[in-house]
Ligand binder design. Sequence first.
Ligand code: FNR
Length: 369
Amino acid sequence: EELTIIRKFEHIEHCLKRQVEAHVTNQFENIHFVHTSLPEIDKDEIDLSVEFLGRKFDYPIMIAGMTGGTRGSQLAGKINKTLAKAAQELNIPMGVGSQRAMIRKPETWESYYVRDVAPDIFLVGNLGAPQFAETMPDRYGIEEALKAVETIQADALAIHMNPLQESVQPEGDTQYRGVLKALAELKSEFPYPIIAKETGAGVSMEVAIKLESIGIDAIDVGGLGGTSWSGVEYYRAKDERSRNLALKFWDWGIPTAISVVEVRYATDLPIIATGGMRDGIQIAKALALGANLAGVALPLLKPAVKGDVEAVIKILQRYIDELRNAMFLVGARNVEELRKVPLVITGFAREWLEQRVDLAEFLRVSRRK
Ligand code: FNR
């Protein structure tokens, strides 16, 4: 138990102090809007609100789950409460980090609890997929899932899929057999929405189709191009062999923009585009490709550690300004209209997608779902 908690603390330390992002991009540079000289809208009338899992948010941005339960859980509590205050202020959704520590050590629950400062936000709990695996000792089931959501009065549960990170750490949970079946069982009796969430390697269309078939409510594609969990494990590695493995897989995965297209093409599920989202133009492109929200983690960590709510809001406000400006320049009054503007896909993204989807059909119709 202690190990889980220390590990989470080390993750935060490395994310704060080291270069943990992918060396490759999330491919949004290969997604292009076509500039509109006559937008035929007023910039002031642009409406950024969106609906997601039955709730309405003022902006299509989510604060992605990062922490909870870490050593000296004041730090985790401070991070979560700071993020939650910003989310409350902006009326946007937020996730907490893995609640595994809380399941093991219930006394850490307060580090995930934010309802005192954010009574109204759409809050998402978080557990790991391997904990539900067939061969996992003390595997999780509905009891743990309910505990995760209800202890912190969350509105939904994210189940994170992180085989990449687990595979490059010596103590990793590499049992993944039977996870899909376990999630199907959980879904059939669980009263809250479940979001299946990658953590930096992206979701393929094949996996998305499976998740949709068992009734999962939404997918966070958590694509390649932002925080690399293999990168984080590289810094944690204790010997050359582990360091080598983590380094080799630092940039493994499906870039975020490509993953959004795969999932939107193959399913009707709501999509959260997370992974290296670092400005509002990228967010606009993700929404235009058919995502419902864009998720941000790493850029918000530093101000959150300092407890600086205003600094968190300032970063998000910059994204919002850029998003609104991009929408003006393509003449989109709202997110629905943004889905219908023309897009051009070039380079690596085009080469990949031409082998995976009917790109012309996608650009014409599929992304409008
Ligand atoms: C994360 N992320 C994460 N995801 C998850 O499902 N459970 C977790 O416990 C954590 N923990 C965590 C800690 C820290 C410090 C960071 C930066 C991130 C992953 C996160 O939600 C997101 O998917 C990725 O970080 C990609 O987004 P960015 O960081 O590129 O914006």
